[in-house]
Ligand binder design. Structure first.
Ligand SMILES: NC(=O)c1ccc[n+]([C@@H]2O[C@H](COP(=O)([O-])OP(=O)(O)OC[C@H]3O[C@@H](n4cnc5c(N)ncnc54)[C@H](OP(=O)(O)O)[C@@H]3O)[C@@H](O)[C@H]2O)c1
Length: 324
C-alpha cells in the first residue's frame, strides 16, 4: 500500500493513524516526511521478506534511497523489482551478503563504502530461528552468529558512514522473546546443548544488550541506537521446520501483517518524535522497560568484549577504523 494512502501507518490521509493530522515531520522541520526522507540513505538487512521487506517498501515510499541487503540474489532481485514498482521509486538498491559469515559481512562493508559516502539509517533486521544446531562459516553457532554477531559486526564496520551521515539512526530488530532469555557465557555457542528457542531468545536478548552498550558509546555523536519488538508477525520466520512451524500455522490468523510489524521499525527510523532519542527498547511505538538481564551493564559490557573477540575487533584503539 503506498504510504500516502488511507490506512497506511504513516499516512496523513483518510482513516488510520494519520486521520485529521498533518503529515508527520522529521527532525523538527515543517516539511512532511516524504520531503525530509528524500535521498536519505537507509539500509535494511533481510529486506526480501517479512518485516524487512515491508520496511524497505515504506522507506522507498517516503522517498528515501533504500538499500536492501539480502542473502539470495534471485529472491532479492524479485523483491527489489516489486518494491520499485509498488513505491514508484527507482532508488532501491540491492546488495548480496550472508550475514552469518564474517568474511561476507566484511565484503559487504567494502561494497557499501565504495558506493555510498554516508548512511542515515541502518536497520539490522535479518534473523532466523534454527530448529537444529548449525555451524556458521566461522565455526560459530549460526543463530548467535547471524542474529547477534551479524548486527554487531555490520554496525561496527559502518559506524564511520553513520557518523558522516549524522543525524543518523540505528534500529535493531529484537523480540519480546528476550524477556525470558539468558546469556549463557559458559556455553555461548551451544556446544554442550542446543535448544532452538533458547538459542533464539539468547540472540534477541543480545540485540537489546548490544543496543544499550552501543548507545552509550555513541553519546554525543548524533547517531542514535534503539531496539524494537515488532510484535508477532506472519512472515517466513520459523517456517524452516519443527514445532515452531506447527505453532505458527495455528497462530497465523491472529498475527500482525508484515506492514503492521514494520510500523514501529519505520517510525523509529524516520519520525521526528524520536529525533535524538537513543538507548531505548520499543514496542508499538512506546519505549518500554526491557528485561532485568538486558539492563545489566556488566552483562552488556561482557557481551561487548566477547563479541569483539569473536569478530576480530578486540584491541582497537579508540577511533581506530576496524579492519575490513
Ligand atoms: N515474525 C515475528 O513474529 C517476529 C517477532 C519478533 C522478532 N522478529 C524478528 O524480526 C526480524 C525479521 O524476521 P521476519 O519475521 O521478517 O522473518 P523472515 O520473513 O524470515 O525474514 C528474515 C529475513 O532475514 C534474511 N536472512 C536470514 N538469514 C540470513 C543470512 N544468513 N544472511 C542474510 N539474510 C538472512 C531472510 O532471507 P531469506 O528470505 O533468503 O531467508 C529474510 O530476508 C528477525 O530479526 C526476527 O528475529 C520477528
Amino acid at each position: 500500500m503506498p504510504v500516502n494512502e488511507p490506512g497506511h501507518p504513516l499516512s496523513s490521509a483518510g482513516e488510520g493513524r494519520g486521520e485529521g493530522r498533518p503529515q508527520e515531520t522529521v527532525r523538527g522541520q515543517d516539511a512532511p516526511l516524504t520531503e525530509t526522507m528524500r535521498d536519505r540513505v537507509c539500509l535494511v538487512t533481510g529486506a526480501n521478506s517479512g518485516i524487512g521487506r515491508a520496511t524497505a517498501l515504506a522507506l522507498a515510499q517516503l522517498g528515501a534511497s533504500a538499500v536492501m541487503v539480502c542473502r539470495d540474489r534471485e529472491r532479492g532481485a524479485a523483491a527489489q523489482a516489486e518494491i520499485q514498482s509498488d513505491s514508484g521509486s527507482s532508488r532501491v538498491d540491492l546488495l548480496i551478503a550472508d550475514l552469518s559469515s564474517q568474511s561476507s559481512i566484511r565484503a559487504l562493508s567494502r561494497e557499501i563504502h565504495a558506493r555510498y559516502g554516508h548512511l542515515n539509517v541502518l536497520i539490522n533486521n535479518a534473523g532466523g530461528y534454527l530448529s537444529k544446531r548449525e555451524a556458521s562459516a566461522d565455526g560459530l553457532e549460526t543463530t548467535f552468529a547471524l542474529n547477534h554477531l551479524g548486527y554487531f559486526l555490520l554496525t561496527s564496520l559502518l559506524l564511520d558512514l553513520l557518523r558522516t551521515g549524522a543525524p543518523s539512526r540505528i534500529v535493531n530488530v529484537s523480540s519480546g522473546s528476550h524477556v525470558n532469555a539468558h546469556i549463557d557465557f559458559d556455553d555461548l555457542q551451544a556446544e554442550h546443548s542446543y535448544h532452538a528457542w533458547r538459542a533464539y531468545g539468547q540472540s534477541k536478548l543480545a540485540n537489546v544488550l548490544f543496543t544499550y552498550a552501543l548507545a552509550r558509546r555513541l553519546g554525543g555523536t548524533g547517531v542514535t541506537a534503539n531496539a524494537v519488538h515488532p510484535g508477532v508477525v506472519a512472515t517466513n520466520f520459523g517456517r524452516s521446520g519443527g514445532f515452531m512451524r506447527f505453532g505458527l500455522r495455528i497462530a497465523g490468523r491472529f498475527m500482525l501483517t508484515p506492514e503492521e510489524g514494520a510500523d514501529t521499525v519505520v517510525w523509529l527510523a524516520t519520525s521526528g518524535e524520536v529525533e535524538g532519542v537513543t538507548g531505548k527498547y520499543y514496542v508499538k511505538r512506546k519505549a518500554v522497560r526491557s528485561s532485568p538481564e538486558s539492563r545489566d551493564q556488566a552483562v552488556q559490557e561482557r557481551l561487548w568484549r566477547v563479541s569483539e573477540e569473536l569478530t576480530g575487533l578486540a584491541g582497537l584503539a579508540a577511533g581506530e577504523p576496524p579492519p575490513v
